[in-house]
Design a protein around this ligand. Sequence first.
Ligand code: UTP
Length: 497
Amino acid sequence: MGLGADRRQSPGREDRMVITGSRPIERRYQTCLAALSPRGQDHVLRWFPELNPAQQAQLLDDIESIPWDLVEPLLESHVRQVPPKVVPANLEPAPVWSRAPGSGQKRLYAEALELGRQMLKEGKVAVLTVAGGQGTRLGFDGPKGEVVVTPSGGLSLFGLFAAMLATARDRYDAPIPWYIMTSPENHERTEAYFQQQQYFGLPPEDICFFAQGMLPAFDFQGRLLLAQKHRLALAPDGHGGTLRALVENEALLDMHDRGIDIISYFQVDNPLVKPFDPLFIGLHAQAGSDMSTKVCAKADDHEKVGNVCLHDGEVVVIEYTDFPDEYATARTPDGRRKFDAGNLAIHLLDTWFVDRIVGQTFQLPFRRAEKAVPFVDEFGSLQMPTTPNAVKLETFIFDALPLADHALVLEVDRAEEFSPVKNATGVDSLEWAQRDQVRRACRWLEAAGVHIPRRPDGEPDCTVVIAPSFALDAEDVRERRSELPSVVEPGGQLYLS
Ligand code: UTP
C-alpha cells in the first residue's frame, strides 16, 4: 500500500520464497553448497533433508541473499577480531550554528526561516522515519512505532508522527510524503498496523513503506547461525542501510518524481522530534549543505551519545565508545567542554546527495555489534543465550556526514527535541519520554502565560499533553492563547487537541 506499492521490492521473505520452478531446488541447493563449503559454512544445510519443500526454498533463499563479497573480508576484521579503534589524532569541535541568531545573524536567520517555510509549501520536503531496528532493549512485541507513547490521548509513536504530518500538511498546504523504512522482519506488521489505523487519516498514496537489507549474524568464530532449522539468523544492516535501501526500493526515484529536494530523517523512537523545522530546513538550503545534523550540548563528558566533530574539514561523528578520554574531558580556555556536540540522530539529507554517494562505489564503514542471538545448536535444539554470542554487522547513517561537501550542524535544546524510547526502564525509557513530553508541554503553556502547578522539586504537578493537532511548538501555543485556561490545577489533567 502507499506510493511505493507498484515499485516496492517485495521485502516479505515468505513472498520471495515461493518456489517458482524457474530453478529446481536441487540446482539451487548445489549452488548454495558450492558457495558455503569452501567457506566452512555448510553446517547450515545440516537439516536440509528433513525440511519440507517450502522450508528448503526458504533456507536457500536466505543463503542466496548473503553478499559474500561484502561480508567475507569482514569475517576476519570485524567478527573473529575486534577491529581496533581508530580515532583521528587531530579532531576539532565541529562548527555549530545555534538555534537563536547571534549578533549580525538576525536577517540571515529570518531569511532561512522564510526559505524553509517556502520549501515546505512548495512540497520540496519529505519525511523519512527509520523503523527497521529490532528494539531489543525495549523488548516490545512488535514494531516500536506501535508503542503508545503519549501520557494521555493514546497516540502511538507512528500515530504521533502521523498527527504532526497532518498538521504540517494543512499548514503548508502541501502533500508532504512520508517514507517509512522497515526491515523484512517487521515490514508486513508495520503495513498491517497502518492499514488497521486507516493510515491515521493520511492519504495512503503519500505513505511509502520500504524495507532495508539484512545481513547474517555470525558466532565469534565467524560461522553462520541458524535461527531455525530452515532460517539463517539475519539482522537488519543498521540505519546506514537507509541510503542503499532508498535507492534499491526506488523510494529515492519516487522522491525525485515528486520534486523532493530534502529528506527530513528521524528515528522512530523519538516522540519529541520536530520533523518540520523551517529554520533547520532553511539554514540547510541556504548553506548549500548536503547533509545537516542536529546536536545538543552533552549532559556530561562521557554521555552515551556520538560526538560530532571536525576532522580535516569534514564533519564526523565519533561514538562515545571510541571517544578518547583526552577529548571527552578537554576544556576550552574559558572552562567549557571543548567537544560538546552530541548527536541527536536527526538529519536533513539532500536527495541529490543520496544519489551521488550511493551511485559511487559506496560503502559506509561497518561496525561490529555483539548481541545475544538465539540459535539452533548442532543437536537441533534452540538455544537462547542471555549474553552476547554473536556479531551483527551494521552501518550508521551519520557516517555519511564526512561524504558531504558541506555539512551544517545546528545546536538545539535537547529538552525540546529529543527523548528516545530505548529501554524498558530507567534512562531513555517510555516513562522518561512521557515525563519529557509533559515537561515540554508545561513549558510551552507557561511561555503562553498559563500558570502550571509545580512540586517542590520543580516538576509539574499535573499531566499536560499537547497533541500535534493543537500545536507543533511553543509559538503555536502562544498563538492559541485565547483557547487556553489561565491555570492548571494541582494534580490536574489537560489534553489539548
Ligand atoms: P537503535 O540503535 O536504537 O536500535 O536504532 P534498535 O534496533 O531500535 O534498538 P535495540 O538496539 O535493538 O534496542 C535507532 C533507530 O534506527 C532504526 C531503529 O528502528 C531506530 O529508529 N534502525 C536501527 C533501523 O531502522 N535499522 C537498523 O538496522 C537499526
